[in-house]
Design a protein around this ligand. Structure first.
Ligand code: KG4
Ligand code: ZN
Length: 344
């Protein structure tokens, strides 16, 4: 991919307002992320209406900053790539309308991008030898847990996914049960460092004979344990007090999630003769997950650099670059796709 291109990426699917300029598919000239974490931390989760309002307030500034930091104007951009789904409808609409406005104003092509595909392509943003197909992809984020087989670029065979909570969602919900801050993944990872992973025996849901996942039983098991350790905790009151062994609970929970994610991904990689494994999405930032993959896998496992694991627009532009060169151009009347699955 050596052709000279400059893609403006825009991402507003969840609670980050982001814009980036990507040159020649690999060089990140700018990557601006305005996080709404503080707004949502108060509620212990994402409040959809507040999210779309915050996007409306910041999107213009974020896009301007991305262009300014890359020292370019719209006249130097070749195409605008924007997240079309999956995600929160009201949030996606803000980014898509911004992208449409810019595309109309500057006469540029518009490309609607799948957010899950972009998480996988964050791995191609790293300047190193490209992975060789077939690849087994695991996407683990706040909204998704997906196992996919990639036989070539932009080709996806969905093998399975979560039937209930996403992996990141399980981290967020358990963090809340333990009285930890939002987002729960980093909070659990941090406190788990002081705990013993074998302190509690939490269940592993293997979903035998399928490539699917389920994390709600694990969440319930943690809740049951918290209640038995703290019988006075009322139903519905989810912030424990006193001296719960939070570090041990967090470490044991984290290990249960990691065991299943790694175990099933390695089994799928073997079954489909994958050359390498790609792990992407917010939960791929987890060091315990990374370490377990590196120890247990016989084939290379690639993860994005930490800064590109969670939502960003550079990854949207990375897919935009590839699809732009492939000839994709979307009409100006495309709508958001809040439940867009990743298939070829
Ligand atoms: O990919 P992402 O930024 O947004 C979505 O597309 O959902 O993922 C956010 C999710 C949250 O659930 C967050 O708790 C989780 O990723 N996460 C982590 C870590 N960092 C973020 N989970 C476990 N360990 C982490 N270090
Ligand atoms: Zn994401």
């Amino acid at each position: 991919m050596s052709e000279e291109t400059r893609i403006l990426g825009i991402e507003t699917s969840c609670d980050e307002t982001a814009a980036a300029v990507l040159e020649n598919g690999r060089h990140i000239a700018s990557n601006i992320i305005a996080s709404q974490t503080e707004i949502h931390a108060e509620y212990g989760g994402i409040f959809p209406e507040m999210a779309s309002r915050a996007h409306i307030e910041t999107i213009h500034q974020v896009v301007s900053s991305a262009l300014a930091e890359a020292h370019v104007g719209l006249e130097s951009i070749d195409a605008i790539a924007v997240t079309r789904g999956p995600g929160l409808a009201g949030s996606l609409v803000v980014g898509l309308n911004m992208a449409k406005g810019l595309a109309i104003g500057a006469g540029l092509p518009l490309l609607g991008i799948n957010h899950l595909e972009a998480h996988l392509y964050s791995i191609w943003l790293v300047e190193e030898e490209e992975p060789t197909f077939p690849l087994l992809g695991l996407i683990v984020s706040g909204g998704h847990t997906e196992l996919l087989l990639m036989r070539d670029h932009l080709q996806y065979e969905r093998l399975g996914g979560t039937l209930d909570d996403a992996a990141g969602e399980a981290f967020d919900k358990v963090a809340r049960l333990l009285g930890l801050s939002y987002p729960g993944g980093p909070a659990i990872e941090e406190i788990a460092k002081d705990g013993e992973a074998d302190a509690f025996k939490f269940p592993r849901s293997w979903m035998e004979d399928t490539w699917d996942f389920s994390f709600s039983g694990l969440k319930t098991a943690v809740l049951r344990e918290v209640r038995s350790l703290q019988p006075n905790l009322e139903a519905g009151v989810e912030a424990p007090e006193g001296d719960l062994p939070i570090a041990d609970l967090a470490a044991s929970f984290q290990e249960a999630v990691v065991d299943v994610l790694v175990g099933k991904t390695l089994a799928a990689a073997k079954e489909f003769n994958a050359n390498e494994i790609l792990v992407a999405g917010g939960v791929s930032a987890n060091q315990s997950l990374r370490a377990s993959f590196q120890t247990k896998s016989k084939i290379p496992v690639r993860v994005p650099p930490l800064a590109l694991c969670t939502d960003n627009a550079a990854m949207i532009a990375a897919v935009g670059h590839r699809r732009f060169l492939n000839g994709q151009r979307d009409a100006l009347d495309i709508d958001v796709l809040p439940n867009w699955p990743l298939t070829s």
